[in-house]
Write a protein that binds this ligand. Structure first.
Ligand code: NAD
Ligand code: WQD
Length: 338
């Protein structure tokens, strides 16, 4: 029998790509999303890619009684919990909104899962929980810390899930710490669709390349990295989506509480990304060096060996495919889903 997976936040960037991979693997998919940072058009595109339609409920996970109906109606095998607000800068301006949405939203979900005896969950955590690492690459046993309210919500939710597991080890919990998700589905039909001027590097570069933004501001060239600009582990969103399937399989075969880095293990600097983008697209990317962005760290990249060994999961796409697919998405959808 097909297993039914509930995706909170499944209309969003990573969620929609995960829908595709789940449907391709013959899971039934239910999406709960309030569309606060996404469009239901993404799910139509998922159907165009896979030929199958996820069941969709426009529900805020904070609205427990509305959300309860989903648990009443469907026999859910596992939940992948993407729903959350993710803008780091905004989280420092309106922290209560972030704490409420991300943490109370998770508590509401977990209490319904408990009530309906759905005890398998994969949680979207982030490399941000490592704070500024003392050494690189980062393994899962590195100390955790937080530098902004967004990061705090990720770390606190991890702690909540660990406490839950301690209290009842019949729960099966995967904490997936994503590095920097970028790129788009190779079909060019789904991708990242920022509402406003992008905060993140890759969508910003794409919009400069297509002429929507004038130039990139490079936040500092005086870091202790090989060219002075920040180094990150950019992971293709399709690889990341497949990591969720690997985690679900692991929870089915070897239950417990598991923590994995989802990254490539390779760090690229801001200027390396700019150059790769210019080379692959043939477009000039004008940029200027400006001051460091508050809260940024010099370098961050994963040691992905644990996931390789235990989940049998590895990234398949490199920087060329990342840029190719980001550009394909951008040129096919210059205004995103609008
Ligand atoms: P996204 O904003 O595209 O997707 C999140 C989705 O959750 C959106 O569709 C939004 O409408 C929905 N949502 C938010 N609050 C909700 C609520 N109360 N009820 C119902 N739906 C709600 O973001 P994404 O990049 O796809 O990120 C998915 C998850 O991964 C988030 O939890 C994010 O914090 C985490 N994450 C993202 C990154 C990244 O760089 N993109 C890195 C690490 C972790
Ligand atoms: C990458 C590099 C910037 C924009 C964020 C969150 C993190 C995680 C992933 C959710 C850095 C530089 C950027 C620009 C630039 N999200 N940059 N000019 O900050 O590594 O991670 O997204 O969990 O929590 O903090 O990603 O893409 O913003 O920045 O020079 O206009 O690009 O300084 O070195 P970041 P990013």
């Amino acid at each position: 029998m097909k297993k039914t997976i509930l995706l909170t936040g499944g209309a969003g960037y990573i969620g929609s790509h995960t829908c595709v991979e789940l449907l391709n693997k013959d899971y039934d998919v239910i999406v709960v999303d309030n569309l606060s940072n996404s469009s239901s058009e993404s799910l139509k595109r998922v159907e165009e890619i896979t030929g199958e339609k996820p069941v969709f409920y426009k529900i805020n996970v904070l609205k427990k009684e509305d959300f309860r109906n989903v648990f009443k109606k469907h026999a859910i095998h596992a939940v992948i919990h993407f729903a959350g607000l993710k803008a780091v800068g905004e989280s420092t301006e309106i922290p209560l909104k972030y704490y409420h949405n991300n943490i109370t939203g998770t508590l509401t979900l977990l209490s319904l899962m408990q009530e309906y005896n759905v005890k398998n969950i994969v949680f979207s955590s982030s490399a941000t929980v490592y704070g500024e690492p003392a050494t690189l690459p980062i393994t899962e046993d590195f100390p955790t810390s937080t530098a902004n309210p967004y990061g705090s919500t990720k770390l606190f939710i991890e702690e909540i899930l660990k406490d839950l597991y301690k209290s009842d080890n019949t729960w099966n919990i995967a904490l997936l710490r994503y590095f920097n998700p970028v790129g788009a589905h190779p079909s060019g039909k789904i991708g990242e669709d920022p509402n406003d001027i992008p905060n993140n590097l890759m969508p910003y570069i794409s919009q400069v390349a297509i002429g929507k933004l004038k130039e990139l501001s490079v936040f500092g060239n005086d870091y202790s990295t090989h060219d002075g600009t920040g180094v990150r582990d950019y992971i293709h969103v399709t690889d990341l989506a497949k990591g969720h399937i690997a985690a679900l399989s692991k929870l089915d075969t070897a239950p417990g509480l598991i923590i994995y880095n989802l990254g490539t293990g390779q760090g690229y600097s801001v200027l390396e990304l700019v150059n790769a983008f210019a080379k692959i697209t043939g477009k000039a990317i004008p940029y200027k060096i400006v001051n460091r962005r508050l809260g940024d760290i010099a370098a961050c990249y994963a040691n992905p060996q644990k996931a390789a060994k235990e989940l049998n999961w590895k990234t398949q796409f490199g920087l060329n495919e990342i840029v190719r697919d980001a550009w394909n998405w951008q040129t096919n959808n210059p205004d995103g889903y609008r």
